[in-house]
Design a protein around this ligand. Structure first.
Ligand code: PLP
Length: 454
């Protein structure tokens, strides 16, 4: 049986139209990858403009990552962290994360994915309020278009309708508010600052309406990724935080995509003036070589968690793979490479080039509504008409066609589910000529999509 047949017959694909896949099988079978290039079974090379799912930051098949993982596998492939058990690398990684955190943090809790880490965040926030004797303060505010995962709780935090439908989500304590997506949400003539003020005022009204004594936390990506690469106005988070502080609502920064340099600065919180009480990281912490996520907890929260021991005994949350030594080895080596090779500064430099290339290739096109991004994270949003501004009726179909057209050119981008948008998030080691070829491939994809409409 061909490998594609095996896939079609036996592999239950995530985020895939199941009935369509049952007919077509996989469009390609990736068998190897190096740097920014992935290769399929037929031997065809593709430039991966998305670093997998925004995550392979040091590039594919880095020999030093392989060496570090082999060494750790032969030394200590696994031991657990339950019941106070210690292992060496996770302890070292924790110190490193606390030292590099964008705001003062106190402790690190490990998981295996961004989704489970955001579930941990909700449990921490609830535990915190239970210890403080405020059992009614439990609601969590998220934003439409925000992406925070797919587990029973985090799937509801994600502000995409298609991740809720059919799953009875979100859970009842979750609320969604308007995102800072200027293209569609800003009133005509509103400045960036006025737009930020309007969103903050709206948030405050929302919290007051819900009852501040029932609202525990707000979760937000500094720069939204899957929701369309939405960069907030500069004053957005300072104004939002003022509101949250006034009502004793905690702020959780979801740095799963932004963290560890994607924006050309160490963390998204640095980029957008965010001062979170709790932080979620994953993806770029190991460049996805081994699954790992972490929740960083500030001292204010930690002191209350400590009081919880007297009230509830042993902290009843944790995974078999929490603080996995192999994942910690991947993270340590990954962070070594990023630091030694100055990759965050490289992201800032290459990000400028990416932005120039995108503007040159797309700015004048009648179907391009907006080009946006920061560092090596960018997006092009398509519209049916610019004047007057009008989206395509079948949302996402046009970006899907652009994606297909680019794929035919050997460039892998991503048609984002919540917007008619294709995104760019290449490995930090991408070369200038690769960036040029990525942008050119997507531009050809756009020409093909326009052609197909005629
Ligand atoms: N948070 C953000 C910002 C993400 O982009 C993602 C995944 O794309 C997640 C959380 C969920 O992470 P995972 O897919 O590892 O569960």
């Amino acid at each position: 049986m061909e490998i594609e047949e095996k896939d079609k017959n036996y592999l239950f694909h995530p985020m895939t139209n199941l009935a369509a896949h049952e007919q077509t099988g996989p469009p390609m079978t990736v068998v190897s990858a190096h740097g920014s290039t992935v290769t399929d079974r037929a031997g065809r090379d593709y430039l991966d403009a998305m670093a997998g799912l925004w995550c392979v930051n040091v590039g594919y098949s880095h020999p030093e990552m392989a060496d570090a993982l082999r060494e750790q596998t032969l030394k200590l492939p696994y031991f657990h962290a339950f019941s106070s058990m210690g292992t060496d690398l996770p302890a070292q990684l924790s110190e490193r994360l606390i030292e590099m955190a964008p705001v003062p943090m106190s402790k690190v809790f490990y998981g295996n994915s961004g989704s489970d880490a955001n579930d941990t965040q909700a449990k921490l926030v609830w535990y915190y309020n239970n210890v403080l004797g405020r059992p009614e303060k439990k609601k969590i505010i998220s934003r439409r278009r925000g992406y925070h995962g797919v587990t029973v709780l985090s799937g509801g935090l994600t502000g995409f309708k298609n991740l809720h439908d059919g799953f009875d989500l979100p859970l009842p304590m979750i609320r969604h508010v308007r995102p800072p997506h200027g293209l569609w949400e800003r009133e005509p003539g509103q400045t960036d600052d006025e737009f930020a003020t309007a969103l903050a005022v709206e948030l405050e009204r929302f919290i007051i309406n819900e009852g501040p004594e029932t609202v525990a936390a707000m979760i937000a990506e500094p720069v939204m990724a899957a929701g369309g690469v939405i960069v907030p106005p500069e004053t957005y988070f300072p104004k939002i935080q003022e509101v949250l502080r006034r009502h004793d609502v905690l702020l959780i920064a979801d740095e799963v995509v932004n963290g560890f340099g994607r924006l050309g600065v160490p963390f998204g919180s640095n980029a957008v003036n965010m001062q979170p009480d709790l932080m979620t990281v994953a993806k770029g912490i190991t460049s996805a070589y081994v699954p790992l996520s972490a929740v960083l907890v500030s001292d204010r929260i930690w002191q209350v968690m400590l009081e919880g021991s007297a009230k509830y005994g042993s902290f009843g949350h944790g995974y078999t793979y929490s603080a996995h030594p192999l994942a910690a080895a991947a993270a340590m080596k990954n962070l070594d490479i990023i630091e030694r090779d100055g990759l965050v500064a490289e992201v800032a430099r290459k990000g400028e080039l990416l932005s120039e290339l995108l503007h040159a290739a797309f700015a004048d096109h009648p179907n391009v509504g907006e080009i946006r991004g920061r560092g090596l994270m960018a997006a092009v949003e398509f519209v049916e008409s610019r004047e007057p501004l009008r989206p395509f009726a079948a949302q996402g179909a046009f970006a899907g066609a652009v994606y297909q057209g680019a794929l035919a050119e050997g460039v892998i981008t991503r048609a984002l589910p919540a917007a008619d948008t294709v995104s760019f998030s290449p490995p930090f080691v991408v070369t200038e000529s690769e960036l040029e070829r990525m942008v050119a491939g997507v531009r050809t994809g756009l020409d093909r999509a326009v052609e197909a409409q005629r």
